[in-house]
Design a protein around this ligand. Structure first.
Ligand SMILES: [Zn+2]
Length: 428
């Protein structure tokens, strides 16, 4: 951990003055086999849509283990057919503090690691099998209208998984996959912050030369904020709200004080934002609440800001704010995890980005770059030193809502982009 943090600081100082405009990449025109690949992919839209519809209609909310496992099995079969060896990386139960009677433990199912050896640069392709939509969601089915498709995960990121698979199929079709040294990591808990799979992402990142992530995005993302999450539980003392009010210690009251302090950490000028996204607690209107809990989201542009925010969280949770300080009946449990470091560009990752934009131009694609407040597994791999490009999946908007939609024509376009990119990166 210490070495990694030192690494973050190095990236910050070494890239402060770096501008992407400085590095226009010039790529040679598409050669014969690349033209064959892109032409072959032009005819694959129907097959891509058929697979996408099938997997979107299988619910794979992060906690729906059978659903996630079913998506894992489909991709394992497809990748095995392309010559990959498939290994299962075990999931785990992540324990969280919670009030008596509620259970916030996170039970993560297994992840898929597909690998094949070859020559040339070692490429790590990453995607997630899970979506944010639980089985109870009303948003469960694929639908297409013209060039727009709708459905849970249609762009985040089942569309991306299909793009990745068809880029590989295209290479295979022309005998260009066999010699590639590639690993594909498909995790099952990205939407919960990769709490179980983070170690696998970081291990694999250290073994490869380039990382490609198939999250959706109309533009390619250059920088991302770091993310943290926290669960806070306050234990008080129950008492009758009328008969013995003074004997109670309200956990809700204490949590309310803490929530104000936590929310006040947001500072738009520094880019640090905090969101208390879920709160619950109490037993009855006329009972002083014995327990209350909150789920908190943290975003920060700079690694040190994440560490500072964690210290602030700990301070707020170490103090009793709503009763005299000597009150011992209030106790707290907290779980704080800086689960994604900021994605800070390096010269190598900028080269990867400009190369991809240049290949996009060869293909007639109008793709730009953007910065994002959201995190991906690409932030994990980049932070341990792997030049990583994310948002290579299909184009779409409305992720994490029932408005989620994707652009049908981007499936073929992005598969073409990826196939040529993989071909050229491997040969570097
Ligand atoms: Zn995603």
């Amino acid at each position: 951990m210490k070495a990694m943090l030192t690494g973050f600081m190095f990236f910050v100082t070494s890239t402060t003055l770096l501008s992407l405009h400085a590095a226009e990449s010039i790529e040679p025109a598409l050669n014969g086999s690349e033209l064959e690949i892109t032409r072959w992919l032009e005819d694959q839209e129907g097959n891509m849509l058929e697979l996408l519809e099938r997997i979107v209609n299988i619910n794979s909310g992060s906690l729906n283990k059978p659903g996630v496992d079913e998506i894992a099995a489909i991709f394992s079969r497809e990748l095995r057919a392309l010559g990959f060896s498939i290994a299962t990386l075990p999931g785990e139960v992540i324990e969280m503090p919670s009030c008596p009677g509620s259970n916030y433990n996170v039970d993560v199912t297994d992840h898929v690691l597909a690998s094949k050896t070859g020559s040339g640069k070692k490429l790590l392709l990453m995607g997630h099998l899970d979506t944010v939509f639980p089985t109870s969601s009303l948003f469960q089915t694929f639908r297409r209208e013209g060039d727009t498709m709708y459905g849970p995960g249609v762009s985040d990121m089942k569309g991306g998984l299909v793009v990745m698979l068809y880029a590989l199929k295209a290479l295979q079709e022309f005998g260009l996959l066999d010699d590639k040294d590639m690993t594909i990591l498909l995790n099952s808990d990205e939407e919960m912050g990769s709490l179980s799979s983070r170690k696998y992402v970081e291990q694999q990142a250290l073994l490869h030369d380039y990382g490609l992530v198939y999250e959706s995005g109309s533009n390619l993302v250059r920088t991302r904020k770091g993310l943290g999450q926290a669960r806070f539980v306050v234990h008080g003392r129950a008492s009758h709200a009328g008969g013995a009010h003074e004997e109670g210690r309200s956990a809700i009251k204490e949590l309310a004080y803490k929530i104000v302090e936590i929310e006040n950490m947001t500072n738009y000028e520094t880019g640090v934002t905090v969101n208390v996204g879920v709160v619950s607690g109490g037993e009855a209107r006329n009972t002083i609440s014995p327990c209350a809990e909150a789920l908190v989201d943290l975003r920060y542009p700079d690694p040190q800001q994440g560490l500072d925010a964690r210290d602030q969280f700990e301070g707020i949770f170490g103090d009793v704010l709503s009763y005299p300080i000597e009150t011992t009946e209030i106790t707290t449990d907290s779980w704080i995890n800086l689960h994604r470091p900021p994605k800070i560009p390096t010269p190598e990752s900028d080269n990867l980005l400009t190369k991809t934009l240049a290949i996009g131009r060869l293909l007639g694609l109008d793709i730009g770059t953007t910065d994002s407040g959201g995190g991906t597994d690409g932030s994990l791999s980049q932070a341990v030193g792997l030049p990583t490009l994310d948002s290579l999946g299909s184009s779409g908007t409305g992720a994490h809502s029932e408005r989620e939609q994707g652009v049908v024509s981007s499936l073929v376009e992005r598969a073409q982009l990826s196939a040529v990119l993989i071909q050229r990166l491997a040969a570097e």
